[in-house]
Design a protein around this ligand. Structure first.
Ligand SMILES: [Zn+2]
Ligand SMILES: [Zn+2]
Length: 259
């Protein structure tokens, strides 16, 4: 039962003490591949360095909307250098808009998002999109910046079926995370049933958002199996077949080498 955790932050300090044990538990849970996601000037080089020394880990580099206001020209230059520095950098991001926590002004978030989309198009890599309370704006920008030409994923999807449909129309994959396992999952069970087989992937977003029954603790890649199992249950299908399908989707999305 191979699984891909399409969105983890394994290079974050939360894993500094016991990363080897975390990776071993992932392996035992069938998680063969993880994508560790950069978010800012400190975490981008750490993500690439971890991917370079760990066979099962790939990396992305990006500027998170929370960090948009801090981003300097030097940061963009470093991001572009890093993105070209290693074959293990498989995508750009995470990038997007977060109007929930609003840690950067909206116009700055939008400018930094568009700039990264332009760069992704330039180097032909897919994008990892973060969106909270900003689907109208994010979808408009993705359409204007022609995301369909490069592909990408709406990570930790939190919208409803209508929003999911618009993401699919743009050619994006939909990634479900721990919240689909929660009692108050709202529209997510419907989304889990709605997304077609060939566009669905799962993630942990660890160390954040652990699936049931680990809420309140640190999340880790092994737990993506719980999210995948819940999604299979919601779709009324066998976990094994769905996991195979979602692994193939992740490989197509990130253009991973055949394993
Ligand atoms: Zn995110
Ligand atoms: Zn994340």
């Amino acid at each position: 039962m191979p699984l891909v955790d399409t969105h983890a932050h394994l290079h974050f300090p939360e894993f500094a003490e016991d990363l080897d044990a975390v990776l071993e538990r992932a392996r035992q849970a069938g998680v063969r591949t993880m994508v560790t996601i950069g978010t800012d000037r400190e975490t981008n080089p750490a993500a690439v360095a971890l991917a370079e020394r760990t066979e099962s880990v790939y990396a992305t580099v990006g500027i998170h909307p929370h960090d948009a206001a801090e981003a300097t020209e030097d940061d963009f230059a470093a991001l572009e250098r890093l993105a070209r520095s290693s074959a293990k950098v498989v995508a750009l991001g995470e990038m997007g808009l977060d109007f929930f926590r609003n840690l950067s002004p909206h116009d700055v978030q939008e400018r930094v998002f568009r700039r990264q989309l332009g760069f992704a198009r330039q180097i032909g890599k897919p994008v990892v999109v973060h969106c909270r309370d900003a689907y109208v704006e994010v979808l408009a920008i993705l359409a204007e910046e022609r995301v369909g030409e490069i592909g990408g994923v709406m990570h930790c999807f939190s919208g409803d079926v209508e929003v999911a449909k618009r993401c699919l129309d743009l050619g994006l994959y939909i990634s479900l995370a721990g919240p689909v396992t929660y009692k108050n999952a709202r529209a997510l069970p419907d989304v889990a049933r709605f997304v077609p087989d060939d566009r669905l992937v799962v993630e942990t977003d660890c160390p954040f958002l652990p699936p049931h029954p680990h809420r309140g603790k640190r999340n880790e890649p092994a737990y993506v199996a719980l999210t995948a199992a819940r999604v299979a249950e919601l779709r009324g299908t066998e976990p094994k077949g769905l996991n195979d399908t979602m692994s193939r989707n992740a490989a197509r999305l990130f253009r991973l080498p055949a394993s």
